[in-house]
Design a protein. Structure first.
Length: 264
């Protein structure tokens, strides 16, 4: 797949901003790729995952180092255990269905994106009215069962338009976390999956990197910079606000996208 400079820049920017803001990076990238080239390139979406993974590591390096020290020095495995539990469902399903996800037209469908944008958007709008199981201080304080609940929500994010951050923040909120703590836990729990995807593409699809090296360097650099900005923005925003504004955005975009699909 050959991309122009403008397309490469825009897709990198979309990846960086929407991977962490809960409006669905996969959904926006599918929309953008269909607009530019008429089809979705799933492999490209996996490769620009690297920039946002590095943005997460850079932003949370102190927290990550703290988790490593908890495990190796303090023998406190609770947060690491919870992150592992949360990562397993999406990791297993993504591995087993990787061929189907990459080849199926379902995962590049604008109709699917419109539906999932709308459904998750509605959930975000009404989220504050839904019961929280209890007040949980942070991700370390989650029980194994609630960590698994967040993991099941993360598994649903394999469907474009759902939003990994959106689905896991919603599940975290329902599990008792505040919006800000749910977002932070969501980001930390995404790192094992991002690392797994990165390892897979280096082992299986390195030729794609060789064929599109300049394009991928540029898009990942942009995704890295915009990703760091997006993480900081969302954590500050959720300290005092709910997810509702993102829900309204999703519903509005779903409506516009539905009209576009119907007129095609």
């Amino acid at each position: 797949m050959v991309m122009g400079l403008i397309e490469t820049i825009i897709l990198g920017l979309i990846q960086g901003l929407t991977e962490f803001i809960p409006i669905s990076s996969s959904g926006h990238l599918v929309i953008a790729q269909n607009f530019f080239s008429g089809a979705s390139d799933h492999l490209f979406l996996e490769w620009i995952n690297i920039g946002t993974m590095l943005a997460l590591i850079t932003y949370f390096w102190r927290r990550i180092w703290g988790i490593i020290q908890d495990v190796t020095v303090k023998r406190n495995f609770r947060l690491a255990r919870n992150i592992l539990i949360t990562s397993v469902p999406a990791g297993v399903v993504g591995f087993v269905l990787s061929g189907f996800i990459e080849d199926s037209a379902f995962f590049g469908s604008l109709i699917v994106v419109a539906i999932t944008l709308f459904v998750i958007g509605i959930v975000m709008i009404i989220l504050e009215k839904l019961p929280r199981l209890s007040d949980v201080k942070n991700g370390e304080a989650l029980s194994s069962r609630r960590s698994l609940l967040v993991g099941l929500a993360q598994m649903l994010a394999l469907i474009p338009g759902v939003s990994r951050s959106g689905s896991t923040i919603i599940a975290g909120r329902l599990s008792g976390l505040s919006s800000k703590e749910a977002a932070e836990y969501s980001f930390l729990a995404s790192l094992p999956l991002m690392a797994g995807v990165t390892l897979k593409i280096f082992l299986q699809d390195s030729q794609y990197l060789a064929d599109n090296f300049s394009m991928l360097i540029l898009s990942n650099t942009i995704a890295f910079i915009s990703g760091i900005l997006a993480i900081g923005f969302l954590l500050r925003y959720l300290a005092n606000h709910s997810l509702a504004i993102f829900g309204w955005y999703r519903v509005s975009l779903a409506a516009v996208l539905s009209v576009v699909v119907l007129l095609q």
